[in-house]
Design a protein around this ligand. Structure first.
Ligand code: ADP
Ligand code: MG
Length: 276
């Protein structure tokens, strides 16, 4: 780049930074030198730099969206063992991971299964794939979001807090069943569900299917209304399998043990209500 930084180009770094073209700013000296050396037409140089800027911009956007999504790390489709959940269709999950029409229609995904059945994993994996495919996702424990919205309501800013979540194509509410109407004013959750209805998708994981949901909302009417909106356009993932953790612990125990191991002695099933 000996003679590239002439009077004509001295202001280029500043101009490119002003135009927010960091890739062009980084690459142009080498590219210009190569173009001069190899006799590229000026248009080719311009096109090459523009293509690279756009490609890197897409990558930078995905990185930003990945950070803002707050997905639990390592829970991807690649690390999900579909054989462990026979009720789950890999083809259906792969289709959902592409995004597109179901997100446009505001379709919801509801994943039900006992603790350890892989609900959080599959939700996070879908989230990861969707971000990679250019969508915006937010993963949150339902109790955390309820607390946030509750605080917003106290500040009289509930509507704007809910509107801010509109930028996410998919909002993943993990562990809905851990929300209790006694813990917080859960009508904020109903507000959220109503506002997103038929516009923006929700993915909900829960240990309990609908039967136990009157523990979540303030009254029966609100429970019915919430379920009605959630299921109107929804994909339901039934993950009625035994805890993956427990099964892998058992396999390890059996493999490493010399004597026969009673499954229940190794890892007794637990119905503890702590989030998985
Ligand atoms: P849940 O949310 O239903 O309680 P998790 O998704 O947290 O269950 O799963 C418990 C643990 O087991 C996690 O570490 C998760 O990555 C792993 N796991 C569960 N199901 C699978 C699966 N099918 N393939 C690979 N790992 C799994
Ligand atoms: Mg979970």
């Amino acid at each position: 780049m000996s003679n590239t930084l002439t009077v004509d180009t001295a202001r280029l770094p500043l101009l490119l930074s002003e135009l927010r073209l960091p890739t062009v700013a980084r690459l142009w000296p080498d590219f210009a030198e190569r173009a001069d050396r190899e006799g590229w037409p000026a248009a080719r140089l311009l096109a090459a730099l523009a293509e690279l800027e756009v490609a890197e911009r897409v990558q930078r956007r995905i990185q930003r969206h990945l950070q803002e999504a707050r997905l639990p790390p390592g829970k991807t489709l690649d690390s999900f063992e579909f054989a462990a959940v026979p009720t789950l269709s890999r083809a259906q999950i792969v289709a959902l991971a592409a995004g597109d029409s179901w997100l446009e229609k505001g379709t919801n995904i509801l994943a039900f299964g006992p603790p350890g059945s892989g609900k959080t994993h599959i939700a996070a994996a879908l989230g990861h794939a969707l971000v990679d495919n250019g969508f915006r996702v937010l993963f949150t424990r339902t109790t955390d979001l309820v607390q946030r919205l509750q605080a917003a309501r106290q500040d009289l800013s509930l509507a704007s807090a809910i509107d801010k979540l509109d930028k996410y194509d998919l909002l993943i509410l993990d562990d809905l069943s851990y929300v209790h109407k006694s813990q917080a004013e859960t009508s904020v959750l109903f507000e959220l569900i109503s506002t997103r209805y038929e516009r923006r998708s929700l993915m909900i994981t829960a240990n309990q299917p609908f039967g136990a949901w009157d523990q979540i909302f303030p009254d029966k009417a609100m429970t019915v209304a919430a379920i009605d909106r959630l299921v109107h356009h929804a994909v339901i993932l039934e993950m009625n399998v035994e805890s993956y953790r427990r099964r892998t612990a058992l396999t390890r125990a059996v493999v490493t043990s010399d004597t026969a191991v009673s499954p229940d002695a190794v890892a007794p099933a637990t119905s503890s209500p702590t989030p998985e």
